[in-house]
Design a protein around this ligand. Structure first.
Ligand code: PEP
Length: 693
């Protein structure tokens, strides 16, 4: 796919995700801010599906909180691009259920408002269906491209967004459940005038409504109208209003107060009263909390003392009212009103609404009823009438900005800065490592054998032949050298002429030529076809008293005759125990090779061989070896510069086998091995060579 269409795809997925995120967050918050409203809406749906009897009343608020919490959480995850599979799956499931449901709502019109966004945004049923079709398309797009959704926060920190978001929505719901919603989108919000909310604009006709009462007798529920309202053997369950003819429906269309004592409609009287009217609103007295009845009675006494009106308003039947009077000692008059406006007016059962000339002055949930300290002076002199709750979003926008957006924004910002710093660090480290690896790659890797004084000529030729064949069949990933006694050199060098194996002598004289019986000069070695010579081996230093000065002469002669030198250094056990390994190695280098020119240095291979590990079966650990190899390289760098040091091959020697070679050779400063015992069998030696594969 071209870059351009890939980009377009990404933009479409991001747009779909953000649209869904905003829709879910808005829907979740507007439900969370009014959990009782959401609970009533769920109840409405279940009544229409005939399922309400299966669900106990106490479960509704929990269902409302679960729905609001889920929508909010999905919105949050979509916004930040986290938990992509979960959110894509849940939003797909939600839209697959909601789209056909809202189509049914649009066609059958059993509920006027679907309640998707609580009371904050009321859409017609067809508009809701259209909205859901659009969101379903967004979800399908997101589902297909969920893996491409860019996350706005790192995986390690995403839990913070989840935990903070969930905590926020739980506390918000808890607060709005215990108190009243912190935002009021309903027509009865503080500051609204109910009479104005009931007005029908000029030229519009009023629709007609009918109230339906759900009543229960002997465990059986049945619906009634005002015309066939049953006798008192039926118990009131719920009531709702249905629109029976088209017309303009004002925000308040069912505020009708009918005094219970005489059946008189006192709606106008209450809405035009120039004094204060307290309404104790309890849509269902049988379910109303009685914990605050003493305060209610004190408030009623206060109203009598100061000349304010007080009514209890309920949709409950006479029996429930009588029971309430009996239980609470209520002496106030009751009015009856449909349950829906009562549930809408105040999200508490009971709640209190304070009116003046039809304007909602204040309202309280049962956990916040005014207490007796207010009842000592006229209302105007208290803070009960001093509110600024007229904005529909109330304090919600402040809560969303300061308790949600700002903290989550800060978490995201800190995460981005931290991730950025880590990334820079990682890139730096990566480039360091890749430089190091490049350097290590550039250096020649060598596995060199040192037969010592083993193998007669025939055995040596046989071993060299076998090795040649083995490596011809399976080419090595490193340079291979075999160090043989002098008598093998010419034959083996000839044998290996066209192979990948180079030949080395194990020694050469420190004299150029002449009367040195038994000695073999560097020139003679070179004349056999050998390429390398091993010098400074600890066995030669120890048994043949080769001093740094003698070795220096040998090195010079070897280089002068075109040989490459594998120069051995390393400490004894006593020196290691005295922690003198670095000093020993540095002194051996300084004594025999550090006088060379930079050009000559190119033909030097260093072999670090701790004497205590040679032929003993004890190997230096990879870490021990790496530490001293790095040190040796730093010594070379001091004399020849970092670049030459990076190019210098440093071998490890001392009980190196196929089993430990991979770990040793993997170290940054170990470039291969000088192998004694394990070079005497082709298979063993090949095993070590293969460590570079
Ligand atoms: C050696 O002599 O160089 C050597 C490393 O011997 P071995 O591998 O047997 O320890």
């Amino acid at each position: 796919m071209s870059n351009w269409s890939e980009r377009l795809k990404q933009v479409c997925i991001l747009s779909a995700r953000l649209v869904l995120a905003i829709a879910f967050l808005f829907s979740g918050i507007t439900k969370a801010v009014d959990p009782w409203g959401t609970a009533f809406k769920i109840q409405d749906y279940l009544i229409h599906f005939g399922l309400n009897q299966l669900v106990p009343f106490w479960l509704y608020p929990y269902m409302a909180m679960a729905l609001a919490g889920l929508e909010f959480y999905v919105g949050l995850c979509l916004m930040w691009g986290i938990r992509r599979y979960f959110t894509a799956l849940v939003s797909l499931a939600i839209m697959l259920v909601m789209t056909p449901l809202t189509l049914w709502l649009a066609i059958a019109n059993p509920i006027a408002d679907c309640g998707c966004f609580g009371d904050a945004l009321v859409l017609s049923n067809w508009a809701t269906f259209g909205k859901n079709v659009f969101l379903l398309l967004c979800v399908l797009l997101l589902w297909r491209g969920r893996r491409l959704a860019t996350r706005f926060i790192s995986e390690n920190t995403q839990w913070l967004i989840s935990v903070y978001g969930l905590l926020f929505v739980l506390l918000l719901m808890g607060h709005c459940m215990y108190h009243l919603p912190i935002a009021d989108f309903r027509p009865y919000r503080i500051g609204n005038n109910i009479t104005e909310q009931m007005e029908i604009p000029e030229g519009e006709t009023a629709p007609e409504f009918d109230t339906r009462f759900v009543m229960e007798k002997d465990g059986k529920q049945q619906e009634f109208t005002l015309d066939n309202y049953p006798d008192s053997t039926w118990q009131f369950v719920d009531s709702y209003t249905v629109q029976t003819s088209e017309g303009y429906v004002p925000p308040v269309h069912d505020f009708i107060l009918e005094r219970v004592s005489d059946g008189e409609d006192i709606t106008d009287q209450v809405l035009t009263d120039e004094g204060y009217t307290f309404l104790l609103v309890a849509y269902d007295l049988t379910k109303a909390q009685q914990g605050t009845v003493d305060l209610v009675n004190e408030l009623y006494d206060y109203c009598n003392a100061y000349g304010y009106t007080f009514y209890g308003v309920t949709a409950s039947g006479d029996e429930a009212i009588e029971q309430w009077r009996y239980d609470t000692g209520a002496a106030y008059d009751f009015c009856r009103m449909d349950a829906i406006p009562l549930k809408t007016m105040v999200r508490s059962n009971p709640g209190i609404v304070l009116l003046k000339e039809g304007t909602v002055i204040n309202k309280w949930g049962s956990n916040d009823f005014p207490t007796e300290e207010y009842f000592r002076k006229p209302l105007e002199q208290t803070t009960l009438v001093d509110t600024d709750g007229s904005a529909p979003y109330g304090t919600l926008w402040k809560v969303v900005v300061f308790l949600l957006a700002v903290p989550l924004g800060l978490i995201t910002l800190l995460d981005r800065v931290w991730t950025g710093l880590l990334l820079i660090g990682k890139l730096r480290k990566k480039s360091k490592i890749s430089n190091l690896l490049k350097k290590k790659k550039m250096r020649k890797k060598i596995v060199a054998g040192n037969w010592k004084m083993n193998k007669n000529l025939q055995e040596g030729v046989a071993l060299a032949t076998e090795l040649k064949e083995v490596l011809a069949a399976d080419a090595p990933n490193c340079g291979v050298v075999i160090g043989t006694p002098f008598i093998h050199l010419a034959t083996v060098a000839e044998l290996l002429k066209d192979s990948v194996i180079a030949v080395s002598a194990e020694n050469c004289a420190n004299k150029e030529k002449g009367a040195y019986t038994g000695e073999v000069s560097a020139e003679m070695v070179k004349s056999t076809g050998a390429e390398y010579v091993i010098l400074g081996h600890s066995e030669r230093r120890e048994y043949y008293n080769e001093t740094p000065e003698i070795l220096k002469e040998k090195v010079d002669l070897a280089l002068a005759n075109g040989l490459k030198v594998i120069f051995c250094i390393g400490e004894s056990l006593a020196q290691r125990e005295a922690n003198e390994q670095e000093a020993v190695c540095k002194a051996e280098l300084a004594g025999s090779v550090f006088h060379l020119t930079a050009e000559q240095w190119k033909n030097i291979v260093i072999a670090y061989e701790p004497i205590w590990a040679i032929g003993t079966g004890k190997t230096a650990t990879a870490e021990q070896a790496e530490e001293i190899h790095a040190y040796i390289r730093s010594c070379v760098a001091e004399v020849y510069g970092a670049e030459a040091a990076d190019d210098t091959t440093i071998l490890y020697g001392g009980s190196c086998k196929a089993s430990n070679a991979p770990e040793l050779f993997a170290k940054a400063d170990i470039d291969g091995g000088l192998i004694g015992g394990a070079s005497l069998k082709a298979a063993d030696f090949k095993g070590i060579i293969d460590a570079f594969k």
